[in-house]
Design a protein around this ligand. Structure first.
Ligand code: ST9
Ligand code: ZN
Ligand code: ZN
Length: 329
């Protein structure tokens, strides 16, 4: 594993928080609501509640386990794939692992990975400014889901053009996902998860759709959204107090280790996305470590303890919020 003192990586945005340095300033803006998204998200959330009701009453156990499996698979497709591998290049993956991650990422369907990565690189480069697609200075609702219900700020489009996406554009696996987005994502995220429970164990269409698709999908989205909202609002800042992202345990538990967000924004090139990867909350790190052990993941980047301590002294808030991030846990 490559331990590096400081990153010369293209995507080291840790010292660059954009053009708007006053984090408390919220410039007035007009919101142009996209009503189709409002309707789809509204339907999704009502449908998810209905799915929860069906899961507690008439659904088959097999369907519930199947939905949980898809939920976990989708989370890993976001965390280990779109986030740690492709957005930040914290490690490298051989072709078979890239394909697995692309499939898992498609199960989650948070737009194509290309769009996700472009928005996410922008989010790190201009965190919590108007060029950040989910600028948390606009509040919990906007950074959680509101940003997907309105047209993007002009700064997102303007500064987004400066993001280098050449590695993603040249990635054959992600080109495939982007090129066949509609049939491929539609099949993997929505159609197959409905048909499999119906044809393999005789589940009803109603239960299959509302549990294995709507509930599983909407739950996955909301957990992801919490990283943008809750983890940008609540949490200690032991690594860098000059930013909004904090160390948020609840979000870390729900998101397989992505809630140590003050660490992640300080050291975005670390494949563990937390100070120590070997804690039980960081299932994504365990997943990457497993594939590293069979040689499918390699060149794992992380930050040395000395470097972390020096940074904590220099820019941290003095808190020692690392009880769940210790080697002994
Ligand atoms: C979904 C989103 O999938 C989920 C994202 C989650 C984000 C997560 C981040 C997580 C961070 C934490 C990491 C750890 C994660 C841990 C997870 C644990 C589980 N740069 O978008 P358009 C330009 S929701 C450069 O239509 P509008 C570009 O030219 C579910 N340029 O803008 C673009 O054209 P093209 C399903 C940019 O009209 C053009 O603008 N998805 C950029 O303002 C038009 O783009 C939905 O529901 C940029 N960043 O509409 C869809 N952005 O793309 C939701 C845009 O061809 N989205 N441009 O190059 C939409 O409907 C629309 O995007 C909109 C904005 C209404 C929100
Ligand atoms: Zn990130
Ligand atoms: Zn963030």
């Amino acid at each position: 594993m490559g331990m590096i003192e400081d990153s010369e990586d293209l995507f080291d945005f840790s010292h660059d928080h954009g053009h708007n340095h006053d984090k408390t300033e919220v410039k007035p803006r007009k919101y142009e609501v996209v009503y189709t998204n409002l309707l789809t998200f509204g339907y999704g959330h009502i449908g998810a509640l209905y799915g929860l009701y069906l899961a507690c009453t008439v659904a088959k156990w097999t369907t519930i386990f199947f939905a949980l499996g898809l939920y976990y698979a989708g989370i890993l497709g976001i965390t280990a794939g779109a986030h740690r591998l492709w957005s930040h290049r914290t490690y490298k993956a051989k072709m078979p692992l890239q394909i697995i991650l692309m499939i898992l990422n498609t199960i989650a369907f948070q737009n194509t990975a290309y769009t996700w990565i472009r928005d996410h690189r922008l989010h790190h480069k201009y965190s919590d400014t108007d060029a950040d697609p989910h600028n948390a200075t606009r509040g919990f609702f906007f950074s959680h889901v509101g940003w997907l219900l309105v047209r993007k700020h002009e700064d997102v489009k303007k500064y987004g053009k400066l993001i280098d996406m050449s590695d993603i554009e040249n990635n054959p696996v992600l080109r495939f996902q982007k090129k066949y987005a509609l049939p491929w994502c539609g099949m993997v995220c929505f159609v197959l998860p409905t048909l499999i429970p119906m044809y393999c164990w005789g589940e009803s269409l109603n239960c299959a759709w509302h549990i294995a698709v709507v509930l599983r999908y909407v739950a996955n989205l909301n957990v992801t959204f919490l990283v943008n909202s809750a983890a940008h609002i609540w949490g200690y800042k032991p690594y860098d107090k000059n930013m909004l992202p904090g160390e948020n345990i609840s979000v870390a538990i729900a998101s397989f280790g992505e809630g140590f967000h003050n660490y992640h924004h300080t050291f975005p090139w670390d494949y563990r996305a937390a100070e120590l990867g070997n804690n039980r909350l960081n299932l994504t790190t365990a997943f990457i470590d497993f594939f590293a052990s069979i040689g499918w993941a390699y060149d794992l980047k992380s930050v040395t303890k000395t470097h972390i301590e020096a940074r904590k002294k220099r820019t941290g808030d003095g808190s020692n919020f690392s009880w769940l991030d210790k080697e002994t846990v």
